[in-house]
Design a protein around this ligand. Structure first.
Ligand SMILES: [Zn+2]
Length: 454
């Protein structure tokens, strides 16, 4: 039984789903206002692997992740580029899915868009007003955080502490009574160039915290199993989602889990405000999506993920070891007894313990070593490695030898000839040249294998 740390209680507890055998999960998706960055790669890869593992383990998973297609950042970008907000969100959503394809991230079962749910959000805001959990300020409708006694659950702090730490936001949300309160409905002024939807309070747009509550409850139902997302969203975004559901008398997510942040070369958190975010399209020009998956799997989902030249090289190295092994064993017969049961059991044991992917990867690298030391066990061990990497974690291995073009093949032949006549100076200089061209060489008993650097 898979146990996961619950952010709300701080405890490791087994997943006990609402409906036996079925698991409903919600992840806050992107705001399509710009290019995806490494924080996006981290959470999508971590939860994609998690979803695949659950499915592989026999759960019937229903996975919903939203697309925020109306937001202040989208409006600002549209004004900057003289485009409509629809054009901006369509452009960056297309880029988002293109990048997800490169990362090998499977699409969620549903990807609701905020703009398709505005009517339902208006209904929720009306309900919160009627129940006395919301109030009208000058420029919109606000949620009263003091009206929910359990506010602060996810921050695991009480209201007084949170209030003391909260910054009083300037003019933008002028109608707030308390700095922790948040906007449910933002009125759009007549001279403002921004899309607006009709509401009983006047034309406007919904607040960000409101969309996820409405969409998750609509598509997954009350008391859905897991709400997941980046740790930076736990407070206030997730806290505010939860507060609205509680105030509306609805059971929200039963469990919460959060992935850690991404750190840069200096060990600093990557964030748009610091200005050190690494663009995902840029990184994916230099590295295969599989390298990033290897990097994410090599770090526990709750730990900070350090993205440096060294950690990227290590992740590429782990992937090369697995790829090389896959090529070595590709001609082996299928094992009569199926994949090695002991490896599968150890692999599951690691992942069932708070989704310990580094532990699970260590099990697989151990199986690679065992297969080399005990060739008679190689068919069963390699079948287990392949099953776990590809089916359970979504890390596809390169089984086929690469075909290289004639220029490269000719250089390899010249180098083999140089080696056989003992001209190591020439051999090394050709190796250097191939490396510059992005190839790595592996000298083996039957000659030299050449492949693209990952
Ligand atoms: Zn959300």
């Amino acid at each position: 039984m898979l146990a996961l740390l619950d952010t709300a209680t701080g405890e490791l507890a087994p997943l006990q789903p609402r409906d036996p055998g079925r698991l409903s999960m919600y992840v806050c998706g992107p705001t399509v206002a710009g290019s995806p960055h490494l924080g996006h790669a981290r959470f999508t890869l971590a939860w994609d692997a998690f979803r695949r593992y659950l499915t592989w383990s026999g759960w019937e998973v229903r996975f919903v992740s939203n697309v925020t297609d109306i937001d202040d950042k989208i409006i600002a970008r549209a004004a900057e580029e003289h485009l409509s907000t629809e054009e901006v969100s369509a452009r960056y959503e297309a880029l988002w899915w293109q990048m997800m394809g490169k990362l090998g991230v499977e699409r969620p079962d549903s990807t609701p868009h905020a703009t398709a749910y505005v009517d339902q959000m208006v209904v929720l805001v009306q309900d919160l007003l009627a129940r006395g959990h919301a109030y009208q300020g000058g420029d919109g409708v606000y949620f009263s955080t003091e009206s929910v006694p359990s506010y602060g659950l996810l921050a695991r702090q009480d209201l007084a502490f949170l209030r003391a730490g909260a910054r009083v936001e300037a003019s933008e949300e002028a109608g707030k009574r308390s700095p922790l309160d948040f906007v449910l409905w933002k009125l759009v002024g007549a001279c403002e160039r921004a899309p607006a939807w009709p509401s009983p309070w006047g034309p406007g747009r919904p607040g960000w915290h409101t969309e996820c509550v409405v969409m998750s409850l609509d598509l997954l139902g009350e008391g859905f199993d897991l709400h997941l997302g980046g740790l930076d969203l736990a407070f206030p975004h997730h806290e505010n989602e939860r507060a609205q559901a509680v105030a509306a008398g609805k059971q929200f997510a039963r469990r919460w889990a959060h992935n850690g942040m991404v750190l840069d070369e200096q060990g600093e958190k990557m964030s748009r405000s610091v200005g050190n975010v690494m663009s995902l399209p840029g990184l994916l020009e230099r590295y295969e999506g599989r390298v990033l998956r290897s990097l994410v799997l090599g770090t526990h989902y709750r730990s900070p993920l350090s993205v440096t030249q060294e950690t990227l090289d290590n992740a590429a190295g782990v992937l090369s070891r697995l790829d090389n092994f896959a090529r070595e064993v590709r001609g082996l017969p299928a094992p009569p007894g199926g994949p090695d049961a002991a490896v599968l059991a150890r692999f599951r044991w690691r992942l069932d313990d708070d989704f310990d992917t580094p532990g699970a990867m260590a099990v697989l690298l151990g199986a690679v070593r065992d297969a080399r030391a005990h060739p008679e066990r190689a068919p069963a061990l390699s079948a287990a490695v392949r099953e776990c990497c590809e089916k359970a974690l979504g890390l596809d291995l390169a089984f086929e030898e690469e075909t290289v073009d004639e220029t490269v093949a000719a250089l390899v032949r010249r180098r083999d000839a140089a080696r056989s006549r003992g001209d190591y100076f020439e051999a090394d200089s050709i190796r250097g040249k191939l490396q510059e061209m992005g190839y790595v060489l592996e000298d083996g008993p039957s000659g030299t294998a050449v492949r693209h650097q990952v």
